[in-house]
Design a protein around this ligand. Structure first.
Ligand code: GLA
Length: 391
């Protein structure tokens, strides 16, 4: 479902009587490396062909007028007004972006903005990161701010913290900024060095299945996982003062000290340490064209998130188990924070119709919900769109 950029331009002109510039940023699906980003670890996300589009034009004075096409709702506020209550209104993402720009000495004036998108909202594909990144690039371009991509991603993560109160890592904003068509992005979340890994999308398909489970728990449980990881770091630091994050802890250490750790801290640390290794192994497997091995790593990641990190749920497990039972599926796992959201499956192209059929037949019976299935491709990170609507 591609968005029609010309329609968005017309809607902007009709509402604000000005000529906008358009910017788009993609949603993401993470192939592997879950709950590792805030532990200074490794991740392997893909920017997908679903996006948030922002149309913007400056206006005299200091008022922001923002219209969310999909909610048919307009909001107005002075450009320097802060987020009032995290987690509330959609305009908080914009306020958060404006605040973090000001913190960097960049003070935009008033503007009109229209936003629309086809990333499912709150569906675990990082619609919010796409929104933050698209708005930040729109503002930076409109007011001629110089913001290098890595800095931009960090500013957007900060904006997410302000807007939602969820202390997320850097993965989503980074891939929405720097993702590349046809490739997965292999990111070291400690020093933000990155590389691209070609996706085998001639022979295989990336299939996203959305649980459509109403979002609950995820915010508080997410922050709770972070705190437990910090407790783990404090423990290992006592053994070895150079430990700064779970990234620095080895699997051997975690196992040898298991009895001295509270059980729940042990479980969380075990997941993170092994998951980091799985990302490194996945990059090697994909580069070697070994999709069977990569699929095994995806499956192991899901089991670890389910059993050790305890962020899966019945709906995610159902989708993953359905996929695991189909011939031609390499691997399947939950993706993103968990407690709902989506799964990602790598499958042979011929297996996709059967996967969709089985999800339609079995998922509602197991959960009482309907799932959505999208076959996706890997898109570029944020871009401006020229007047013809092309990139
Ligand atoms: C959410 C966060 C990311 C990351 C994932 C889990 O998507 O925004 O920073 O922590 O959860 O891997």
């Amino acid at each position: 479902m591609a968005l029609n950029y010309e329609t968005l331009r017309r809607a902007f002109r009709a509402r604000f009587a000005a000529e906008p510039r358009l910017f788009r940023a993609p949603g993401r699906v993470n192939l592997i490396g879950e709950h590792t980003d805030y532990n200074d670890g490794f991740v392997l996300p893909v920017a997908i062909d679903r996006e948030i589009v922002v149309a913007m034009a400056p206006r005299p004075g200091s008022l922001v007028r923002a219209y969310a096409l999909d909610f048919d709702e307009e909001a107005h506020w002075p450009v320097d007004e802060e987020v009032e209550e995290p987690g509330g209104h959609w305009s908080n993402y914009l306020r958060g972006v404006l605040t973090v720009l000001r913190r960097r000495g960049l003070s935009p004036q008033g503007f009109d903005l229209l936003l629309a998108g086809d990333v499912p909202i709150g569906g675990g594909l990082s619609s919010s990161a796409a929104l933050e990144v698209a708005v930040t690039v729109a503002v930076a371009t409109t007011f001629e701010f110089d913001l290098p991509p890595t800095e931009l991603a960090q500013a957007c993560r900060e904006a997410e913290h302000l807007a939602t109160g969820v202390l997320c890592g850097i993965m989503d904003q980074f891939v929405a900024t720097l993702g590349r068509a046809g490739q997965a992005l292999f990111l070291d979340c400690r020093d933000l060095s990155y590389d691209f890994v070609p996706l085998p999308l001639e022979e295989a398909r990336l299939v996203i299945a959305n649980t459509n489970k109403p979002r609950a728990l995820v915010d508080s449980e997410y922050n709770a996982r972070r705190l437990t990881c910090e407790a783990g770091v404090a423990f290992f630091q006592k053994q070895r003062p150079e430990v700064r994050a779970l990234r620095d802890v080895t699997a051997e250490e975690v196992e040898s000290l298991r009895r001295e750790l509270p059980e729940v801290v042990y479980r969380r640390c075990a997941h993170v340490v092994h998951e980091n290794q799985r990302v490194l192994d996945s990059v090697a497997a994909l580069r070697a064209g070994d999709l069977a091995r990569f699929g095994e790593l995806m499956n192991a990641s899901h089991e670890s998130l389910r059993d050790w990190y305890e962020v899966s749920c019945a709906e995610l497990d159902a989708l993953v188990e359905i996929a695991w039972g189909i011939e031609g599926v390499y691997g399947s796992r939950m993706t993103g924070a968990g407690f709902g959201g989506c799964t990602v499956t790598l499958a042979q192209a011929e297996a996709v119709p059967e996967l969709e059929r089985r999800i339609r037949a079995e998922y509602p019976a197991r959960t009482g919900l309907q799932a959505d299935v999208y076959v996706c491709t890997a898109a570029d990170g944020v871009t401006g769109l020229d007047a013809g609507g092309r990139r």
